[in-house]
Design a protein around this ligand. Structure first.
Ligand code: KE4
Length: 428
């Protein structure tokens, strides 16, 4: 497949955009070659500048759970646009999406809309510190919570992909209060609480670690975090930017049956438009300005056009709870097919899957921790990635990202993925 137009664009792009991209992982640095420049998406398929067609298992990194160009979402955006793009004033649709979010997500009474997952996390951390009067935060090595300074410590996703989990420009002061624990290791969390008595405001966790590949929580891990936070008076923050409205209608809280004190959202709630949110009980959220002393603001927060996209997508998901187990079944089929292929071809492969998320690791060990993810043969991942792309499967260009299964993926696309993965594994 020729990608001449994409390559020419990438050359131009690198003159005016760092790495030629607006988000590092898109630059294909970990997998080599030049990224396709996409021009159109329809359902589960995307097309690049050179007319090449791909089955999309990135879905804009999670937002497009219904697929590209969902007719109802596009219609709602088109209608909203006719009335103007932004007012910076309260609008009815912000009330509607907030009421729907509250009705769908367990344990929350109020929500504040922002413009990205990073902003949602940054704000939730400030709320936790403001509410508790404490300054320290616990995060997990390899988890990614956006690029706010306090979270670029041992970060996953693109930071891990680039090999810089701790970013330049983050000052010692900014990082000083961020303590690192190990995912699926409750003792590492307990030790931090014991070493910092009365100082930890919150533990923030990805309920499924989906920025070190996909590492599901071990049985009892999330409930253990809940108990430790209760014992030590800290807030538990579920970063559901990926898991929210993907694992279940009520996200990871519903899926795992564990309640958080604050929940952050992004991706799916914007329907493909820039939207994030943080939410919690009334007693916590009422501390946010203008009703409380914790300040947070945003020019385009609750933008009516973005709300139209998000509200429409959420309404469809709310009306179709059957979508979530169906996503899980498709992901299970893909994971089991990859495992069977690996056995047939004698390839060392571990495939993790949870809900509509999966990730192959090129290792013969189980992958249950951040350290385990590092045993994957990155050169084999690179070869796997390029063989999948050459066969028209558009997957994340990093070992430390998830394969996103969406409602729009039909049986044909699931089987196409399995066949391409089988061929790729045979050639590794
Ligand atoms: P954004 O600021 O990128 O909207 O959200 C940050 C964020 C927060 N929390 C979690 C659990 C996340 O996964 C993310 C962002 N996810 C990455 C993909 N793993 C975004 C893709 C990118 O950085 O280009």
């Amino acid at each position: 497949m020729s990608r001449a137009r994409s390559e020419a664009l990438f050359t131009r792009a690198q003159n005016v955009l760092p790495g030629g991209v607006n988000s590092p992982v898109r630059a294909y640095r970990a997998v080599g070659g030049n990224p396709p420049f996409l021009v159109r998406g329809q359902g589960c398929r995307v097309w690049d500048e050179d007319g090449n067609e791909y089955i999309d298992f990135v879905g804009s990194w999670g937002p497009l759970i219904l697929g590209h160009s969902n007719p109802e979402v596009l219609e709602a955006v088109g209608k909203a646009m006719q009335n103007g793009l932004s007012f910076g004033a309260p609008t009815a649709i912000e009330v509607e999406i907030a009421e729907l979010l509250v009705s769908m997500v367990p344990g929350i009474d109020m929500v504040r809309m922002v413009n990205s997952g990073t902003e949602a996390v940054m704000s939730a951390l400030r709320v936790a510190r403001g509410v508790t009067g404490r300054e320290k935060l616990v995060k997990f090595e390899g988890c990614y919570h956006g690029h706010s300074d306090a979270m670029l410590v041992g970060a996953g996703s693109g930071a891990l992909t680039q090999g810089v989990p701790d970013s330049a420009g983050v000052t010692r002061g900014a990082a000083r209060d961020t303590l690192l624990a190990q995912y699926n290791d409750l003792d590492s969390v307990s030790a931090l609480f014991d070493a910092n008595p009365g100082e930890i405001a919150a533990v923030i966790v990805e309920p499924v670690a989906a920025n070190m590949g996909v590492v599901p929580p071990a049985p009892g891990f999330l409930a253990g975090l809940r108990s430790l936070c209760d014992k030590h008076g800290a807030l538990l923050i579920f970063d559901e930017v990926i898991t929210g409205f993907r694992l279940a209608r009520g996200g990871a809280q519903e899926y795992f049956g564990v309640r958080a004190d604050l929940v952050t959202f992004g991706k799916i709630i914007g329907g493909g438009m820039p939207v994030g949110a943080y939410a919690g009980r009334r007693e916590i959220m009422s501390q946010v300005a203008p009703t409380g002393p914790i300040y947070q603001a945003g020019t385009l927060s609750g933008n009516p056009v973005a709300m139209a996209a998000g509200l429409t997508q959420l309404r469809i998901l709310n009306d179709h709870p059957e979508y979530f187990p169906a996503l899980e079944e498709k992901a299970k089929t893909m994971a089991e097919a990859m495992r069977a292929s690996a056995m047939r071809h004698g390839a060392a492969l571990t495939v993790n899957q949870c809900g509509g998320l999966l990730c192959p690791y090129f290792t013969d060990r189980p992958v249950r921790s951040f350290a385990d993810t590092k045993t994957s043969d990155l050169d084999k991942f690179k070869r796997y990635f390029n063989k999948m792309l050459a066969r028209g499967l558009y997957i994340a260009p990093s070992q430390f990202e998830a394969t996103f299964v969406n409602v729009s993926h039909g049986e044909a696309e699931v089987q196409a993925f399995c066949a391409a993965a089988d061929a790729a594994l045979a050639e590794l």
